[in-house]
Design a protein around this ligand. Structure first.
Ligand code: SAM
Ligand code: F3S
Length: 448
């Protein structure tokens, strides 16, 4: 059929991954090409996020901004997917009647069909179900762009933290089959991918069957690490509740496993953790961090935090600061609590003024940043193994890559090094990145 599509992505890495799958599906079934220019698009897709109120409101503001394109070209198809679509459904069309298609994270494989049905019938199409079928069976194999790729290993979340919409918008935890994950990783490796990030809301909730026996996430990691061509394996996000000793041991036993774990803690106060229904105590979290550091010395840890959860006292907040000081996080995401309609926490009395929450967020971010800065500074003088990903964004004569600990490193080098692992001597720490010099002076020798 031809034509062009544009996808605008909001939110997490899961959404980035889903957008890529939507792009693959549109290219495969309708022969559409991707564009970055809204005015030349025949299909505009918004892949939305509802995890916080601001993200959700931004979707409607941005939708408003393309309304004039639809007025000028009534054949333009506007589709809204992701978590706002899942939560709001038909209410999106009621609020923005120029929206043609509404689809959820579990029905994104049906996007081409929904667009066709909209064109044939002239009626808005809404499908936000959680179909039983494996959506991956209906998606084309992922196309490779670069040396690092994401592979979804499980969908949804069944943890029901009291503040979070994800279990409602993405449905319950469903693991992909072991064979399907391994075939997808092997296929990516054969196309030149050297690093995979296994993706899911709680990857360590993955369960499957390997050779007829029940298997857990640690077992899956061991198989993925052995796939020829894959030299580095990451995963995100994991949950402290199912962070087993077997998984900790995997960090000791599998050299391919990156020296970085993103492990959301949310708070350092047991009272808050219980109110959030996180299912662990601050002591249990500290114990995981301690055992991870023993298993893999130098491992870098990052986390997610929520400040200003209903009922959070100054003492609760101080407990979070104490945990930050003790664990030594490298980078983290921290947010002011945002009540989400339909979640149990939205019913709780929320009395702390917004300014007080903002002040706590600033204190927390300053503490984390001071720590992360010290960790980056301590890398100066050391040689790091870097997977070269792309030309640097700021200076096209420089290259940009990542260390095993997930630090971005910029350095001078030949573009032919993209896709290779190289050794880089770190010579400076910047605000969020590191700078370095290639160890091999001919600039083209691959590191072992
Ligand atoms: N699966 C992950 C985990 O184990 O916690 C988190 C997924 S959630 C989409 C990403 C982060 O958004 C959470 O870790 C939390 O810090 C934040 N978040 C979720 N709901 C929130 C809310 N209502 N207000 C503020 N932040 C929120
Ligand atoms: Fe949300 Fe908690 Fe799941 S933060 S994604 S309900 S683990």
């Amino acid at each position: 059929m031809g034509g062009k599509f544009l996808i605008r992505t909001f939110g997490c890495q899961m959404n980035e991954y889903d957008s890529q799958r939507m792009a693959d599906a549109l290219a495969a079934s309708d022969g559409l090409e991707r564009t970055d220019r809204p005015e030349e698009a025949d299909v505009i897709v918004f892949n939305t996020c509802s995890v916080r109120e601001k993200a959700q409101e931004k979707v409607f503001a941005d939708l408003g901004r393309i309304h004039h394109l639809k007025r000028a070209n009534p054949a333009l198809v506007v589709a809204v997917g992701g978590c706002v679509a899942s939560q709001e459904g038909a209410a999106i069309v009621a609020r923005a009647p120029y929206v043609d298609v509404v689809f959820g994270p579990q029905t994104l494989h049906r996007l081409p069909e929904l667009i066709q049905r909209r064109r044939r019938s002239g009626e808005a199409q809404i499908d936000i179900s959680f179909p039983e079928i494996e959506k991956f069976d209906h998606l084309p194999a992922p196309r490779v762009a670069g040396v690092s790729a994401f592979v979804s290993i499980m969908e949804g979340c069944s943890k029901y933290c009291s503040f979070c919409v994800v279990p409602y918008t993405r449905g319950p935890e469903v693991s992909r089959f072991f064979e399907d994950v391994v075939v997808e990783v092997a296929d990516l490796a054969s196309q030149g991918v050297r690093e995979v990030t296994l993706l899911g809301q709680n990857v360590n909730a993955w369960r499957g069957e390997i050779d007829g026996a029940p298997a857990d996430f640690a077992a899956l990691l061991a198989y993925v690490a052995e796939i020829e061509g894959i030299e580095r394996v990451r995963y995100t996000t994991s949950h402290p509740r199912e962070f087993t000793q077997r998984l900790i041991d995997a960090h000791r036993d599998l050299p391919q496993l990156a020296a970085h774990v993103h492990l959301p803690v949310q708070s350092g106060s047991d009272r808050m953790l219980a109110a959030m229904k996180r299912g662990y105590t601050a002591l249990e979290y500290r114990s995981i961090a301690r055992r991870l550091r023993a298993a893999r010395p130098g491992i870098s840890l990052s986390s997610d935090f929520i400040v200003g959860f209903p009922g959070e006292s100054e003492a609760d907040f101080e407990a979070t600061l104490a945990l930050v000081r003790e664990v030594g996080f490298d980078d983290s995401f921290s947010f002011v609590y945002s009540p989400r309609p339909g979640t149990p926490a939205a019913e709780l009395a929320d009395t702390l003024p917004h300014e007080a929450k903002r002040a706590r967020l600033q204190r927390l971010q300053a503490a984390i940043e001071a720590q992360a800065g010290a960790i980056r500074a301590a890398k100066v003088g050391r040689v790091e193994r870097v997977l070269v990903e792309r030309p640097s964004k700021k200076n096209p004569e420089e290259l940009s890559g990542r260390t095993s600990s997930n630090h971005v490193v910029n350095f001078r080098g030949d573009a032919q090094l993209i896709g290779c692992f190289v050794e880089v001597r770190i010579d400076a720490a910047r605000a969020h990145t590191l700078r370095g010099i290639l160890e091999n002076d001919d600039g083209l020798v691959r590191a072992a």
